[in-house]
Design a protein around this ligand. Structure first.
Ligand SMILES: O=C(O)C(=O)C[C@]1(C(=O)O)C=C[C@@H](O)C=C1
Length: 255
């Protein structure tokens, strides 16, 4: 089931281990994207760079890539959610038997529109330089890796919520029946863990993103992605969006 976990193990601890492992993926994806300048033509609504396709080039690349990945079974995996779910082709490969730990209502939760908007409009300008080097296809591939890593992490909130519910059904059930989203949000929040997560991702950006020279002295002043940007990404977007998924999942949990 979870990246880096055995499948039979489903505990809050194993889920958190997966979230920690996914931090590495996210930090490395951002570092890869930072190799390219903003390349804003990629996101331009009105350039119509692809004959017969109306919309930004990034939409074209992501839609086409998702279609191929859908045929290869990517979205059969309950951890994966597409950015363009409409008109996706079905999987052509034999289904892998993913362990079905989620409540069926969880499948309808997809907040990728909010993730897409946050990534393109708020996050990108914080860590890429201005300019245009023409590498649009590579840049978009890099964007998609970042978006998919962020989406997987944020929608992992479904698994976090399931285990929290199973660990304390008597606390969650009355709030779910009352559809009390505010109280559910309070109950699932653990501020101590959130602080640890933010400190850890900042440290990862420092450790993974410094320039390592042949000598023993690493250049600690120049990072591929600013550690404070990564901490802010988690503080302002990743953790709040994960919690939004958790609440949406719990609200449906008794349907
Ligand atoms: O680890 C948890 O308990 C989670 O629910 C995940 C998470 C996070 O997004 O990192 C979200 C809410 C909690 O307040 C703490 C951390």
């Amino acid at each position: 089931m979870a990246e880096g976990s055995s499948g039979s193990e489903f505990t809050l601890d194993s889920i958190r281990k997966s979230l920690i492992r996914q931090e590495d993926t996210i930090v490395f994806c951002l570092m890869e994207r930072a190799r390219f300048p903003i390349n804003s033509a990629l996101y331009n609504q009105s350039l119509d760079l692809v004959p017969g396709f109306s919309g930004p080039l990034v939409d074209f690349i992501v839609q086409e890539t998702e279609a191929v990945q859908a045929k290869a079974g990517r979205y059969v995996n309950p951890e994966e959610n597409p950015f363009f779910p409409d008109n996706l082709p079905p999987s052509l490969v034999p289904n892998y038997n993913y362990s079905q730990v989620l409540h069926p209502g969880g499948a309808s939760i997809n907040i990728n529109k909010a993730i897409w908007d946050m990534y393109l409009n708020q996050l990108l300008p914080l860590f890429v330089v201005a300019g245009d080097d023409g590498n649009y296809a590579s840049t978009a591939a890099s964007d998609l890796s970042c978006l998919q890593a962020l989406s997987r992490r944020i929608h992992y909130g479904k698994f976090v919520a399931e285990i929290k519910f199973r660990d304390a059904p008597h606390d969650y059930e009355p709030l779910i029946r009352a559809k009390d989203a505010d109280e559910l949000m309070k109950l699932l929040t653990d501020k101590r863990v959130e602080e640890m997560v933010k400190k850890r991702v900042e440290k990862k950006a420092i450790v993974f993103g410094q320039d390592v020279s042949g000598s023993n002295n690493a250049d600690s002043k120049h990072y591929k992605v600013g550690p404070s940007v990564v901490a802010r990404l988690y503080d302002e977007w990743v953790i709040p969006l994960t919690k939004r998924v958790e609440v949406e999942y719990l609200i449906r949990r008794l349907n």
